[in-house]
Design a protein around this ligand. Structure first.
Ligand SMILES: *Cc1c(COP(=O)(O)O)cnc(C)c1O
Length: 367
């Protein structure tokens, strides 16, 4: 082995050496329907105003450490219950990692096992990745064939593994469905004083349903959201809310200044114009209904209900469909290999009417 290979073998964790990097395909020249981005930009007048605000930002200074103004705008504008604060992350990806790190205990005595982080699967990939990197064990509990929660299996797994964290994406990614709220409450209650339930509401702008207002009912509930799917994926801002004492613990793990000045300024600006982003979400929801109806009319295609800005569907041959769409310069996500419940499933982001029609045309040709 070369010197650098020896160095890596001697220093880098084996589990890290053995995994593949998170793969993001090069999308230049493609219609990009693989990452749940909002296709719309802010209107020109607002972009010009934002440009001025960004030009005035104090890039020579560290961000104001309290992020008080931004937090206040999030709490006031996004339905955080009175008396509750938020923790900010560089995307909700970072918040997932912060929570995983906070629960992954390091001193393991005779009685103490590694912490367990749990989620119904298939799930958002960062749940298991963050658990692994933090040094916790990830336990996935398969959903049923219709992608709903297998509540008895979840409760049995909670009883057996005593997870410190359970992630419930509401709606779930990559399936798009909302889990039954009563099932989720049963899980939150079963965790009680031994586990934290994180309801991941990344798609809340499209789903409308939320557990945010129910925070006061459950001290072990955390609700996490992001501005990414709403139309600001590029600025990387996630937030979560929960009991103040719990947030105080997560806060210790958060890197100081994790939200940069440009993000802070852009997010504050966007929150002052939330109605623009909300109306874009309305347009996307209308297109979701149109796309779902047109897909459902195609022979051999099974469309799954979605409360998010994407639709999951089953096709006769997902590999063939994805390859052919790719050759037509349309990028979607092949879910087939992710989980056996997703055999021959693909996921497409809901976009502009033109891009959705381009997808439909290319899909029809590939079936
Ligand atoms: C997209 C997504 C996220 C990540 O959001 P960022 O804020 O962009 O890091 C989190 N959870 C789920 C379920 C998602 O689909």
């Amino acid at each position: 082995m070369s010197a650098i290979e020896n160095l890596i073998a001697n220093t880098i964790r084996e589990d890290v050496r053995n995994i593949a990097s998170y793969h993001v395909p090069d999308a230049s020249g493609y219609i990009k329907l693989d990452a749940m981005e909002n296709p719309y930009q802010l209107p020109d007048a607002l972009r010009a105003e934002l440009g001025q605000r960004l030009a005035d930002a104090a890039l020579n200074r560290y961000p104001v450490a309290s992020y008080a103004t931004l937090k206040q705008k999030i709490c006031a504008g996004l339905g955080v219950p009175a008396g509750y604060d938020v923790l900010l992350g560089n995307g909700s990806d970072e918040l997932i990692s912060i929570m995983a790190t906070a629960v992954a205990r390091q001193q393991l005595g005779a009685e103490m096992r590694r912490a367990v982080i749990m989620a119904p699967t298939p799930a958002f990939v960062m749940f298991s990745r963050s658990a692994q990197f933090a040094g916790a064990d990830f336990v996935g509990v398969p959903v049923k064939a219709d992608f709903s929660l297998d509540l008895p299996a979840m409760l049995a797994a909670i009883e057996q593994h005593k997870p410190a964290l359970v992630f419930l994406a509401y709606p779930n990614n990559p399936t798009g469905n909302l889990f039954d709220a009563d099932d989720m409450v049963a899980i939150i209650r079963a965790l009680g004083e031994t586990g934290i339930a994180v309801v991941d509401e990344a798609y809340q702008p499209f789903a409308k349903k939320s557990f945010m207002g129910r925070l006061p009912e459950f001290p072990n509930l955390v609700v996490m959201r992001t501005l990414s799917k709403l139309g600001l994926a590029g600025i990387r801002l996630g937030y979560l809310s929960g009991d103040a004492k719990l947030l105080e613990q997560f806060e210790k793990v958060r890197p100081p200044y994790n939200v940069n000045v440009l993000t802070q300024v852009a997010a504050e600006f966007a929150l002052d114009h939330l109605e623009v982003l909300d109306s874009q979400a309305e347009m996307l929801n209308a297109e979701r209904a149109r796309l779902a109806a047109e897909l459902a009319a195609l022979p051999g295609v099974e469309v799954f209900p979605s409360a998010a800005n994407f639709i999951s569907l089953r096709v006769p041959d997902a590999d063939k469909v994805c390859a052919q769409l790719r050759s037509e310069k349309v990028l979607i996500k092949n879910l087939s290999k992710m989980d056996k419940v997703l055999a021959n499933c693909i996921r497409v982001t809901v976009s502009t009417p033109e891009e959705n029609t381009a997808f439909l045309t290319a899909l029809k040709a590939s079936l």
